[in-house]
Design a binder for this molecule. Structure first.
Ligand code: CA
Length: 378
């Protein structure tokens, strides 16, 4: 068929379809059951996997069906099953069903599991630099940390440093901005923070420690009782969506806006060997589906927070802000913590320098654009 004839035929068929015509010749043209790709349907999925089904054992630090984080990983697993046509299966092991919640890093590093979903700041005992991949007090918002990770060199640094542990990380969600915590009594000045016993982990805990607070680490299941009995005076957790389920408002009615975790990253991390063994199509599927999980979790936190916040207000929770001297002391304390950790660990210094440079630029732009807008909108 010469070019002219081809164009004529195609145009005629399109016209017939557009007019709703359904003669024998154009019915054949849209009969997909006779299309070559349909005949190959069953073998195509096998081809994706070079002939066999791959199973990824993924352990999480969250209980089964845990709101937003746990459910988000379950959706990710379902998504992978669907887009791989079943050739790749993510087999989920919630907290403690295969490995303890905070042993997932080691279990993945050693190859006992193929992957885990958790938060990088849990591993600061292995390398203080890892806490920075979750974010820093007074640091990046969720949007800014995603930007630094993807386009500011953050993810490259993270992969370079995790490589020594035989691990390959992806962003796996973001808690979005967290609240400052629940207090049994109001904080009127920095004086009220002195000696206060507060459950607060991570870099935030180190900053609060320098401000005179006594940070206490407690498993999630012990926080409510400890607060109720006065073993602790205050606790931070996440934000309205998850906090309301913990019931803290019943015993500590002062709820403070926060600055210690302005956009904490969650991670989806693979054992390097398990990752390298995947066929390229499966790698691409994980890249796409983890990116979807990362953004969906961030947005779901926002969505659930706005509703839970209204519920908390209806429960007469006192919505508070820290006094200025607490904020000022927090910034000074952060500077001290960062100086000490940078001096003791060159990995920390390297990551912090990258964050600091990016944050400096990001603040100027965000203040000019987003802060201006939010101030006008309110
Ligand atoms: Ca928190």
């Amino acid at each position: 068929m010469n070019r002219r004839n081809f164009l004529t035929t195609a145009t005629a068929t399109s016209a017939a379809l557009a007019l709703g015509g359904c003669n024998e010749s154009n019915r054949q043209a849209i009969d997909y059951s006779k299309h070559p790709s349909a005949k190959d349907k069953d073998t195509k999925h096998v081809n994706i996997n070079r002939g066999k089904k791959t199973i990824i054992k993924l352990a999480t630090s969250w209980p089964a069906h845990f709101p937003i984080m746990g459910i988000g990983v379950e959706r990710f697993a379902k998504r992978i099953k669907d887009i791989s046509g079943g050739s790749l299966e993510i087999k989920l092991y919630p907290k403690n069903t295969l490995v303890p919640a905070l042993a997932v890093f080691d279990a993945c590093s050693s190859g006992q599991i193929d992957a885990f979903h958790s938060g990088p700041y849990y591993w600061k005992g292995k390398n203080s630099a890892f806490s920075l991949y979750s974010g820093i007090p007074f640091g990046f918002t969720a949007e800014e940390i995603n930007s630094w990770m993807l386009f500011g060199g953050g993810l490259d640094l993270w992969r370079e440093q995790y490589d020594r542990y035989n691990l390959y990380p992806f962003m796996g969600g973001n808690t979005n901005i967290q609240m400052g915590g629940w207090f049994r009594k109001p904080i009127n000045s920095l004086v009220d923070m002195q000696g206060l016993k507060m459950r607060i982990p991570g870099l935030g805990g180190e900053v609060f420690s320098k401000m005179g607070v006594n940070p206490i680490l407690l498993p999630a299941g012990d926080i409510y009782t400890s607060l109720e009995r006065g073993v602790i005076d205050a606790t931070e957790w996440v934000g309205p969506a998850l906090d309301i389920k913990m019931g803290f408002y019943k015993i500590a009615p002062y709820y403070y806006s926060g600055w210690h975790e302005p956009g904490s990253i969650l991670e989806l991390t693979f054992n390097k060997g398990s990752w390298n063994k995947l066929v390229s199509e499966h790698k691409a599927m994980i890249e796409v589906a983890s990116s979807e999980m990362n953004s969906n979790m961030t947005y779901e936190f926002h969505a659930q927070n706005i509703h839970a916040f209204q519920e908390l207000k209806n429960l007469n929770v006192n919505i508070m802000q820290y006094p200025k001297d607490v904020i000022d002391a927090g910034k000074i304390a952060l500077g001290e913590v960062v100086t000490e950790l940078s001096a003791n660990n060159e990995d920390f210094a390297k990551v912090y320098n990258s964050i600091d440079k990016y944050l400096h630029l990001s603040k100027e732009w965000s203040d000019t654009s987003l802060r201006y807008f939010l101030n006008q909108r309110s």
